[in-house]
Design a protein around this ligand. Structure first.
Ligand SMILES: O=C(O)c1cccc(C(=O)CC[C@H]2O[C@@H](n3cnc4c(=O)[nH]cnc43)[C@H](O)[C@@H]2O)c1
Length: 217
């Protein structure tokens, strides 16, 4: 199988890049392409679509760090994102955010272009492997305001925030390619003290899990 691995930055997947470059790495039967997409949905959409068209992968993995809304998922924990939504496509009126569906600008339908939730139908086997399935929200601006954090949690029940996840789900659903998004928690959403972030631990856990996934695929 040909696997495409994408990440916003090379930094997040450097241990796996090194692992795959070692001549003796034990990934029998698989070939892997790597694409660094840059941070954010726009850049992810472009580079992911381009890579899919050029490499024709059988399976696509997105790996990255993310923020957690929940103390059940503390920094260093790796999660699998089952469904994604865009958290800042809409309007904020009188302190309340409304997405396109709540504004009446988009009607809910079965297709990825008309669904609030971009659901990965290929997660069940991975849950059986002990990976926690969570809901993700994707934003252009990292969420910091307490009232906004509360709204995202209450309205959508999201556990993890990133800047690329929804773009990844959207493109893979449109292209009909099986996919998996794994996020390692580096921080709590809204935590601005970088000393409290667990970047190093999150990246180590992310890459360990990625190698497990490669071996299981
Ligand atoms: O917030 C900052 O000042 C900051 C400075 C340097 C680097 C970063 C990041 O790497 C965050 C963006 C990057 O990581 C993902 N991520 C990690 N935590 C969060 C979060 O709480 N909310 C949204 N995205 C997050 C994101 O997917 C980007 O790829 C930040």
């Amino acid at each position: 199988m040909h696997i495409l691995l994408i990440a916003a930055t090379a930094f997040e997947i450097q241990p796996v890049i090194d692992f795959l470059q070692a001549p003796e790495h034990p990934l029998s039967g698989h070939t892997v392409s790597i694409q660094v997409t840059g941070i954010g949905s726009m850049s992810t959409t472009y580079y992911l679509t381009k890579s899919i068209r050029e490499k024709r992968p059988d399976y696509v993995l997105q790996a990255g760090i993310g923020g957690s809304f929940s103390t059940h998922f503390s920094p260093g924990r790796v999660v699998l994102v089952e469904k994604e939504m865009t958290g800042d496509l809409g309007v904020e009126e009188n302190g309340i955010f409304k997405d396109l569906f709540e504004m009446g600008l988009q009607k809910e339908g079965a297709h990825a272009t008309t669904s609030k939730w971009l659901v990965n139908p290929h997660t069940i086997n991975w849950e059986n492997q002990g990976l926690a399935l969570v809901n993700g929200v994707t934003v252009n601006e990292i969420t910091t305001r307490a009232s906004r954090i509360e709204q995202l949690q209450q309205n959508y029940g999201v556990t993890v925030e990133s800047m690329e996840g929804a773009a990844f789900h959207f493109v893979c659903l449109q292209e009909g390619i099986p996919f998996l998004q794994i996020r390692s928690i580096s921080n709590y959403v809204g935590e601005r003290d970088k000393k409290a972030w667990k970047m190093k631990e999150a990246i180590a856990a992310l890459n360990d899990q990625l190698i497990n996934i490669f071996k299981t695929l």
